[in-house]
Design a protein around this ligand. Structure first.
Ligand code: NAD
Ligand code: UDP
Length: 336
């Protein structure tokens, strides 16, 4: 089976491509490199010991995208490509809507023209907004609090409408919780531009001496120790969920949504402790005000994905910290 992977050079895409190739899928990557380095591709090729077909193309370039579909004759698409920084999305919302929503519309039209009807889409737990209770089930109400989240929610709605209009489509919407960790080789991992927005890359950069101290955003939430609780999931587990979703699409499920999380919540201080334990590094931190838009606690009920996909996360917080640290300590400046 031949799979076109948009955003396949990014953090989650690169980890997924490795597993797809190891499972015998043929791969074509489409990525404009706006948030990834070509070095990541060389490292993935080195890990799988195969040359990978790569097109440096923007999803906004519909003609080029269509040409790739005409030439490659793919069976299914995994769609990772998108911009993902919440704060930046508030500053430049039109850019986010254009890239994420218009990019996806182009992809869907091109898929339709070329009679490709199987799609796995990267959504996010952010579409649950501020949930009334945790753990979060797939049928909880959906909402968004920033343009990034709204772009994901809009795309989800577009996909559901598309399926209603034509039930030949098979679409798996995967709602990721908090991806962390890296490939066990230490050769690929998350390489954020500038100051990391997310907790784990910030911690690893403090540990490696690139940043002085972590700002912990609030310790007055109604959680175990007052700091925010999230469902961190190892990127290798997350990648495996995409292979299970592809297997599901072959059975013509229609348009389906799955949480990809572990079901376990960890507070910021618990993550710092776990990281200290596996790395032996002290993480300097100070408590500061809450970050605007943050919620107290967010973790998945992952049962539906287990029942329907036969998928569940295997790795715990220690392994997540260990692999994040291996990547960061072996590559202090990321792919540079
Ligand atoms: P990433 O930025 O590392 O990867 C995305 C890739 O898409 C990059 O290589 C980028 O160059 C490419 N891209 C972006 N816009 C494009 C366009 N218009 N045309 C072609 N390529 C384009 O991000 P990631 O962490 O791997 O996330 C992958 C997907 O998962 C994204 O859609 C993201 O919103 C979603 N997601 C990520 C997280 C997370 O915390 N990492 C959580 C939930 C959902
Ligand atoms: N967080 C923090 N300091 C940081 C980055 C994040 O205290 O520099 C906290 C944040 O408030 C949240 C948790 O860590 O409680 C996870 O944040 P992240 O941005 O990684 O994920 P998201 O908030 O999108 O779930």
């Amino acid at each position: 089976m031949k799979i076109l992977v948009t955003g396949g050079n990014g953090y989650i895409g690169s980890h997924t491509v490795i597993q797809l190739i190891n499972a015998g899928y043929e791969i074509v990557i489409v990525d404009n490199l706006c948030n990834s380095k070509i070095e990541a591709l060389s490292r993935v090729e080195n890990i799988v010991n195969t040359k990978i077909k790569f097109h440096k193309v923007d999803l906004l370039n519909k003609e080029k995208l269509n040409q790739i579909f005409e030439d490659e004759k793919v069976d299914a698409v995994i769609h990772f490509a998108g911009l993902k920084a919440v704060g930046e999305s508030v500053e430049i919302p039109l850019h986010y809507y254009n890239n994420n929503v218009v990019g996806t519309l182009n992809l869907l039209e091109v898929m339709k023209n070329n009679k490709v009807s199987k799609l796995v889409f990267s959504s996010s737990a952010t579409v649950y907004g501020d949930p009334h209770t945790v753990p979060i089930l797939e049928n909880f109400p959906l909402s968004a609090t920033n343009p990034y989240g709204r772009s994901k929610l809009m795309i989800e709605e577009i996909l559901r409408d598309l399926y209603k209009s034509d039930n030949n489509w098979d679409i798996a919407i995967l709602r990721y919780f908090n991806p962390v960790g890296a490939h066990e080789s230490g050769k690929i991992g998350e390489d954020p531009n500038g100051i990391p927005n997310n907790l784990m890359p910030f911690i690893t950069q403090v540990a490696v001496g690139k940043r002085e101290s972590l700002a912990v955003f609030g310790n007055d939430y109604p959680t175990v120790d007052g700091t925010g609780v999230r469902d961190y999931i190892h990127v290798v587990d997350l990648a495996a969920g995409h292979l299970k979703a592809l297997e599901k699409l072959v059975k013509n499920p229609g348009c389906v949504e799955y949480n990809l999380g572990t079901g376990n919540g960890y507070s910021v201080l618990q993550v710092i402790d776990a990281f200290k334990k596996v790395s032996g590094k002290e993480i300097a931190y100070s408590i500061v005000d809450r970050r605007a838009g943050d919620i107290a606690a967010c973790y998945a009920d992952p049962k539906f994905a287990k029942e329907e996909l036969g998928w569940e996360a295997k790795y715990g917080i220690d392994k997540m910290c260990e692999d994040s640290w291996r990547w960061q300590s072996q590559n202090p400046d990321g792919y540079e």
